[in-house]
Design a protein around this ligand. Structure first.
Ligand SMILES: Nc1ncnc2c1ncn2[C@@H]1O[C@H](COP(=O)(O)OP(=O)(O)OP(=O)(O)O)[C@@H](O)[C@H]1O
Ligand SMILES: [Mg+2]
Length: 128
């Protein structure tokens, strides 16, 4: 699914800089939040969902995803994050390797064994 965005502030941001204080409250985006949270609720019911979020630079994609991460984490979801760039030489599946790698670092072994048991072949192709 693709969602297009209009910038509520008509402002373009520069590179991300880690904020010194918690981010300001999200402005607008209620329609998008309701849509994404409805997919989250459906996924909780056992049916995997994938969403594609697209929009021009600085439009608020990351801010929206941060808000979704905050809301779903409050609900007990595990949030995995991985990133990719268009630079040459990026390893295949980099976002997945990053996201899973961080999770593996902080998760107890017995819990990881349970997770791996659910899909060993798929994981072995990503993390040989
Ligand atoms: N709905 C919103 N409410 C409040 N602040 C917002 C909102 N959307 C974006 N911002 C702020 O605008 C700035 C740019 O947003 P953001 O970094 O999320 O854009 P982006 O689409 O991820 O940009 P890029 O394409 O460069 O990654 C950030 O400071 C962000 O906190
Ligand atoms: Mg962004």
């Amino acid at each position: 699914m693709t969602a297009k965005y209009e910038n509520p502030q008509r402002a373009r941001s520069g590179p991300s800089i880690a904020p010194l204080s918690p981010p300001a409250a999200i402005v607008g985006r209620q329609r998008e939040l309701i849509l994404v949270m409805s997919h989250y609720e459906a996924a909780k019911g056992g049916h995997a969902h994938a969403l594609l979020l697209a929009g021009e630079p600085g439009i608020g994609k990351t801010r929206l995803l941060d808000e979704i991460a905050r809301r779903t984490a409050q609900d007990g979801a595990i949030i995995l994050r991985g990133g990719a760039s268009q630079a040459e030489g990026m390893p295949p599946y980099l976002p997945f390797v990053e996201a899973l790698g961080r999770y593996i670092q902080v998760t107890p072994l017995d819990q990881l064994r349970t997770h791996v048991a659910a899909a060993p072949q798929v994981l072995a192709t990503l993390l040989p």
